[in-house]
Design a protein around this ligand. Sequence first.
Ligand SMILES: Nc1nc2c(ncn2[C@@H]2O[C@H](COP(=O)(O)OP(=O)(O)OP(=O)(O)O)[C@@H](O)[C@H]2O)c(=O)[nH]1
Ligand SMILES: [Mg+2]
Length: 414
Amino acid sequence: MADKAIVVGVGLKTDSFVDLKESLAELEDLVYAAGGGVVGTAVQVLEKFNPATLIGKGKTLELKELAEQTEANLIVIDHHLSGIQSRNLEQETGVRILDRNQLILDIFAQRAQTYEGKLQVELAQMLDQLPRMVGAWQGSLSRLGGGIGTRGPGETALEMDRRRIHNRVKQIRKKLESVKKNREQHRQQRQRNEIPQFALIGYTNSGKSTLLNRLTQSDVYVKDQVFATLDPTTRKIFLPDVDTALITDTVGFIRNLPPQLIEAFKATLEESGQADILVVVVDISSDQVNKHLEVIDHLINEFKWNDKPVVYVYNKVDLASIEKQVRADRKPRVFTSAIKNEGIERLRRMLAESIKNLQKEVELFFPKQDEHRIYELGRESQIKRTEAASHGTICYVNLTPAQMSKWSAFLTKD
Ligand SMILES: Nc1nc2c(ncn2[C@@H]2O[C@H](COP(=O)(O)OP(=O)(O)OP(=O)(O)O)[C@@H](O)[C@H]2O)c(=O)[nH]1
Ligand SMILES: [Mg+2]
């Protein structure tokens, strides 16, 4: 049976009310994404938060009544709750309580497919659990029955004591470390080939996976729901004049992404950090383009990707008014409709252009005994011209910084 949820927006008088409402609308989407339904909505703006229950006493009672009327079995608060606040709210309303983080973690728990993905979600759930454990969770309604917030490996955590959780956290980190080592070996192999790499990043549901499928004729999972993608996928992409490049699709962003989740998914996100160029995908049909860009900018800063060149893709242009298109002012930019296959060739050209901008023309000298390597050079870059010299061959070629370090032994001084 699907959960029937009441969503509750909470903020201080000093906060922006528009933000509160937008965040609450997003929380509704998250409830649906978790497989539940929304049967009621409430909002409270406070002078200051109530340490015992976050929201006020009157509002708590109101929620209890609303839950009875609507037969809700779940209340989701659009704010962080302490362990004590959750327990108190559960006792006073008689209904299971989740906060925004727990809801997002539940969606991740449902979506995780790979070994690594599952480990990362479990780690995030435990890191989220630890500070809530004040010995207060015993007797909590969260342990009863199934439904949103009780799934995934994290549910067993509720029965463990803190020390056992700490041990488990240590264990998971170790396992993740070995997965990471494994991946780094693959990556080194790839780097030896020095193929330029793009990362698709952006808000969840903006169309990253659909674009990847268009650009690479793949069949990555696409769905009209938040967090459809959790595990990174890397594919080859063929661009005009560039030969081969790689492009990675990964987990989408959302405002107030739980910090534990970011920490747990570091390895996954680092995959995008390996890219030479970021491809920021924005759903231009959304009313919240600016907020989405703000969240993306913030995370780019947090991951220290600021030095990477960015290409902006305003996707879903088929649904966007001219006014919205005029306001889309990040550059370089391209408008696409991944669904209608519009703008994709322009995007390809822009991606090719962005690689060329990374490259510099250099002169390499291959002595006779190394001339066989010119073939390898030609496979990973465009040789503009070659000249026979007395003891070998000179090649004029465009290389990215990474390629330059690979071929540095053959660089002639400039
Ligand atoms: N109208 C329209 N819909 C699109 C377009 N591109 C993608 N969609 C739809 O938007 C929804 C989300 O697309 P995805 O490709 O799964 O989005 P995503 O960015 O990978 O999302 P996450 O994996 O959840 O982060 C799907 O229902 C797509 O069919 C577009 O250009 N126009
Ligand atoms: Mg996706």
